[in-house]
Design a protein around this ligand. Sequence first.
Ligand code: HEC
Length: 96
Amino acid sequence: MKIRMLFLMILVAGVFFWQAGAVAAESRCTEILGDTCLNCHGEEKFCPLLGKSLKFWKATLDLMEANGAELSKDEFALVAECLSLPAPEAKAFCKR
Ligand code: HEC
């Protein structure tokens, strides 16, 4: 009986941490949007283009790199994906 309770608690804790991790990974995108992208221009530059293809966003972010945006390859890839899906948190970011 006690062992079953312990097992249940570990399971609940596991699900909790797994979800917390997923949320943290997702909000890295909006962190970059807020910190880096808004450094040079307003969100009206990119919010109307939410949901455009991954190809479009990769090309556009290449332009931003040429404009002087300082992000790693991984960060550019993350933002391109999050803006093209578009990810729920990107939509939320743009509805502010
Ligand atoms: C160092 C400055 C800088 C940063 C950082 C930056 N941009 Fe830009 N962005 C510009 C400039 C300058 C323009 C206008 C000229 C142009 O279209 O290239 C622009 C234009 C745009 C456009 C319109 C492009 C078009 O074809 O009309 C989009 C979309 C955009 N930025 C998205 C982003 C996103 C998303 C980020 C964050 C990953 C970002 N930008 C970060 C400088 C920057």
